[in-house]
Design a protein around this ligand. Structure first.
Ligand code: 3H9
Length: 647
């Protein structure tokens, strides 16, 4: 049974027990609906306490049902039935009451919660809006301004805040059900409060709506659900509860069927599946109490910051005092910036640095459970590092390389105990970017691989296992993406038109703007190295730019020109002249054609990566693109998009 009822004198306690998150599946809704009827008719029952089994109240509607037509009883019908029940229903909340879970609590006549309870309407993250009265009942209890923050801007209220806002009638302590029962008994003598749906709601001035529209539109970056949530809130405030509820439901059903919601739901499940790859079930991670990072450049410092943010003590190693000092200063600056943004307190920022030991020489790494190498991308340099680590580190310490392109098998050659070696490919800035490509070599022990995934979990990252190939999953697709963008330039399409199309699609910047920011020279050097190895790689427009000294923003220009001290790209006649020998007659392509050509190229490379067994699933590839390369979340990823296109 997903829903159980027990009797405590005149109080019936209804518990939703539907692990893992007590989602309001069809079975739960059906049983709850029948229970409301039965308890109304039961003359021994005078009030009902509704609670969730386990650690949380209810995680929301069952998202796995969203791919199918709505099955009855619907959640709005159930909530309306509870609101109209003959006896008072009291929600007793511990842990999360999210989405439909919060809406269910809103339909109850009274609510108690622990201080740590969490109330939120995260529907917009799934490309939908609340569909069971969340945008209509919540503002009538807590005021429209806070309701806007909750429904359209992802604000979570804890129990304490919810009680201050009057949404929670009483803050209680564990044992929750005992406290809720006592509250229910006391409340028996009091008249029932007006249900949320019948409470008045003050309508804010038009300017307040305009201000919220601007704010939410800016933050949404092209996603539609946040503004639709605001629209539902406004309509309800201006037209009354009944009309508001019908309008909310219509928007919910429209969005539930949208491509955007399908993409976001797909990512929701992909992100949850990623930390637990099939091959590692039951394999325990090794202890990870301390870590070393070699290299105090941007990447090493970012990795050190990510480790410290997860509470792991770090030894940062550089080759001389001066470089170490630079690295430590950069690390401190990261925490200082977080303090200025108020995401860290002064004390926390100081504690982050207290957990860092700077060292010149590798002996300081002798006690570390894990050492991550983030030095210059050069095989000989890296091999040297690991030869030394093989001598100074414990034989059971995990040794990891952060290489982006070098074959980790070659790096590990000659290392004693290569079974503890692994690639951990972070993305810059490593304290921010969510992706972690985990690259085992054939000798890597399963426990070491499991520790890579456990590290990702502790760092709050999305782990994706990658096989070994040039560039692993992400940089290999990036190369194909850039090559296709350059092929379009050769066909005569202006770089600025390609960039504008990709921005329109949802990327923060287009491929040429990105190259200018990152520098054109690194991929140029790769091509040159491949040419030196005898690979037949034709001259590209990018090669012509680099040969003329246009390496991107750092050299004052690349694909674009830049005014001194300004990063705004200006279409460049000089660049156009330089690449002209490789470029055809001007060609205008519609933005959606440009986007389709680039996404197709990425998906084709992704398919090759799958066929070669480099990635385990299409969704792993999409997670790489979304979390490492700025692919717009609302489109799901290149593999998702291509799977939905008619062929
Ligand atoms: C909604 O409510 C719409 C309504 O307004 C209107 C309806 C008419 N359904 O995250 P975890 C699975 S929309 C189905 O690792 P945690 C998840 O896939 C919903 N399954 O746990 C995973 O499965 P598996 C609004 C769900 O403890 C397992 O549960 N609600 C759902 O770190 C554990 O998940 C939300 O958007 C679901 N609703 O965090 C809340 N939720 O083990 C979404 C989870 O097979 N959920 N699963 O991989 C969450 O934010 C977190 O799961 C939660 C628990 C905080 C609840």
């Amino acid at each position: 049974m997903s829903v159980t009822v027990t009797h405590r004198g005149p109080i019936a306690v209804v518990t939703i027990d539907n692990p893992p998150v007590n989602a309001l599946s069809l079975a739960v809704r059906t049983q709850l609906f029948a229970l409301v009827e039965a308890l109304d008719a039961d003359e021994h029952v005078r009030a009902i306490v509704l609670t969730g089994g386990g650690k949380l109240f209810v995680g929301g509607a069952d998202i796995t049902e969203f791919g199918r037509p709505v099955e009855l009883p619907s959640l709005p019908a159930l909530i309306e039935r509870i609101e109209n029940a003959a006896k008072p229903w009291i929600a007793a909340v511990r842990g999360a009451a999210l989405g439909g879970g919060l809406e269910l609590a809103l339909g109850c006549h009274r609510r108690v919660a622990t201080a740590e309870a969490r109330f939120a309407l995260p529907e917009i993250n799934l490309g939908i809006i609340p569909g069971s009265g969340g945008t209509q009942r919540l503002p009538r209890l807590i005021g429209i301004e806070t309701a806007i923050r909750v429904a359209a801007e992802n604000l979570t209220l804890d129990g304490t805040r919810a009680a201050e806002l009057g949404f929670i009638d009483r803050l209680v302590q564990e044992p929750l059900v005992d406290a809720a029962e006592a509250f229910a008994l006391e409340a028996l003598s009091r008249p029932l409060p007006e249900p949320a749906s019948r409470r008045p709601l003050a309508t804010p001035a038009a300017t307040a709506w305009e201000e919220a529209t601007q704010r939410i539109g800016r933050a949404a970056r092209g996603a539609s659900a946040p503004l639709r949530a605001l629209e539902a809130l406004r309509f309800g405030a201006e037209n009354g509860f009944e009309a508001g509820l019908a309008n909310e439901r219509a928007i919910f059903l429209e969005l539930r069927a949208s491509d955007e919601s399908a993409a976001l739901r797909y990512l929701f499940f992909a992100e949850r599946a990623a930390p637990r790859p099939a091959g590692l079930r039951g394999i325990a991670a090794l202890p990870l109490a301390s870590a070393g990072v070699i290299g105090g450049g941007t990447m090493g410092v970012g990795i050190a910051a990510a480790l410290r943010n997860a509470g792991i003590p770090v030894v940062l190693v550089e080759r001389d005092e001066q470089s170490l000092e630079r690295g430590l200063t950069a690390l401190k600056a990261i925490f200082e910036a977080a303090r200025k943004r108020a995401s860290l307190s002064e004390e926390e920022a100081e504690a982050r640095m207290r957990g860092v030991t700077g060292a010149v020489g590798y002996e300081a790494l002798a006690g570390c459970d894990l050492v991550i190498e983030a030095v210059f991308e050069d095989l000989a340099v890296k091999r040297d590092v690991f030869a030394t680590l093989g001598r100074v580190c414990r034989p059971d310490a995990i040794l990891a390389t952060n290489t982006s392109y070098i074959d980790p098998r070659q790096i590990a050659e000659g290392l004693p105990h290569p079974d503890r070696f692994i690639g951990l490919h972070f993305f810059s800035p490593a304290q921010v970017m969510k992706l972690l490509e985990i690259v085992p070599i054939p000798e890597t022990r399963p426990e070491v691989l499991a520790t890579g995934f456990e590290l990702a979990r502790r760092l709050g990252k999305v782990p994706v296992r990658s096989g070994i190939c040039d560039g692993f999953i992400g940089n290999r697709i990036l190369r194909r993406y850039r090559a296709e963008a350059e092929a379009m330039v050769r066909d005569g399409v202006a770089p600025s038109a390609i960039d504008a199309a990709m921005r329109g699609f949802g990327y923060a910047m287009g491929p040429f703007e990105m190259q200018d920011m990152a520098g054109l020279d690194i991929s140029f050097l790769h091509r040159e190295a491949a040419r030196a190895r005898g690979e037949a790689i034709a001259e590209t427009p990018g090669d012509l730019l680099v040969r003329a000294g246009r390496k991107g923003q750092k050299s004052g220009g690349g694909w674009y020109d830049y005014a001194p001290g300004n990063r705004t790209p200006i279409p460049s006649p000089d660049a156009a002249r330089l690449i002209a020998p490789l470029v055809g007659a001007p060609l205008e392509l519609a933005p959606d054609r440009i986007v389709a050509r680039l996404i197709d190229a990425m998906a084709l490379e992704g398919q090759a990566i799958l066929d070669e067994g480099i990635a385990g699933s299409p969704s792993d590839i999409d997670l790489v693109e979304v979390h490492g390369y700025g692919f717009p979340r609302r489109h799901g990823g290149p593999m998702f998009l291509s799977s939905r296109q008619p062929s």
